[in-house]
Design a protein around this ligand. Structure first.
Ligand SMILES: Nc1ncnc2c1ncn2[C@@H]1O[C@H](COP(=O)(O)OP(=O)(O)OP(=O)(O)O)[C@@H](O)[C@H]1O
Ligand SMILES: [Mg+2]
Length: 253
């Protein structure tokens, strides 16, 4: 048995306004170095799930154990330290980057905060991570508002990777990228996963992304995980009607 790095049990959340059960008794266990895709139609609770895991949203009940520590109820100060190792890249990168800082400074700020490299090496280190993520050196001194959505997305991913996390959670990471950049980023993540035993959770509408990247896939519907299986098995023989619909839709687009 491999080590379980992230274990989620009976996680629940109902948003007060609207009374929507956005996360409904979700449980799963992720092994170190594994990659799980989370699929499901818009509003099925994918973003809510990862916001609960990273403590950005308060769970009503349930447990999230990361590297043996319970995160539910953990104090914000302690959570900040944990978040270095459990990085979430947001669905909307242009709003998660600080608009007053340049792209390079956005990454450097996180690198300094977590003391990843000595001060004298910060700029070179940031440039090397940007290069890994196919971001041109020229973007270092540009503000996010001057960059395309796809570039902001890669800069957000670079900022997360720069902290050398154990678990990287990506919320729709490739939605603003063209197909060739998507393929490059998929390859980069596969490489990092292999080299650093990085554990990944990738939220995606694209079963194609899931197929390339994720060994297992969770399909969500109305806040529940309705199917959790090997990605190839879900793609070849989905059992739940909503999973079937998702696979059919992917085949026909
Ligand atoms: N802050 C909030 N307050 C109230 N309801 C919310 C809030 N955030 C999300 N919801 C609701 O919870 C449900 C799940 O939303 P969530 O954003 O987690 O879905 P999603 O699967 O990430 O969707 P998408 O694919 O569109 O990003 C939806 O019905 C949504 O309207
Ligand atoms: Mg979402």
């Amino acid at each position: 048995m491999s080590e379980c790095i992230l274990s989620v049990s009976h996680l629940c959340k109902t948003y007060q306004d609207g009374g929507i059960r956005a996360c409904d008794d979700v449980s799963f266990c992720l092994e170190r170095g594994d990659c799980m895709a989370v699929c499901g139609q818009s509003g099925s609770g994918k973003t809510t799930l990862v916001r609960l895991i990273t403590g950005l949203e308060k769970a009503d009940s349930g447990s999230v154990i990361f590297e043996g520590k319970e995160l539910i109820g953990m104090k914000e100060k302690q959570l900040n330290l944990v978040r270095k190792r459990l990085q979430l890249v947001f669905q909307n990168p242009s709003s998660s980057l600080d608009p007053l800082l340049t792209a390079g400074e956005n990454i450097a700020l996180a690198v300094r905060y977590h003391h990843i490299v000595p001060e004298a090496e910060v700029r070179d280190y940031v440039l090397s991570v940007m290069k890994d993520c196919h971001v041109d050196e020229g973007c270092f001194d540009m503000r996010p508002s001057k960059l395309s959505g796809g570039l902001c997305q890669r800069i957000s991913i670079a900022r997360a990777l720069a902290l050398k996390p154990e678990v990287l959670i990506l919320d729709e990471p490739f939605s603003a990228l063209d197909v060739s950049t998507q393929a490059k980023m998929t390859n980069l993540l596969r490489k990092l996963k292999a080299e650093h035993n990085l554990t990944l959770i990738v939220i995606t509408h694209s079963l194609e992304t899931a197929r390339h990247l994720a060994r297992i896939t969770a399909v969500m519907h109305e806040g529940k995980i309705i199917e959790l299986d090997l990605t190839r098995r879900i793609l070849s023989s989905p059992s739940h009607p909503h999973a079937k619909r998702l696979v059919m839709a992917a085949i026909h687009t």
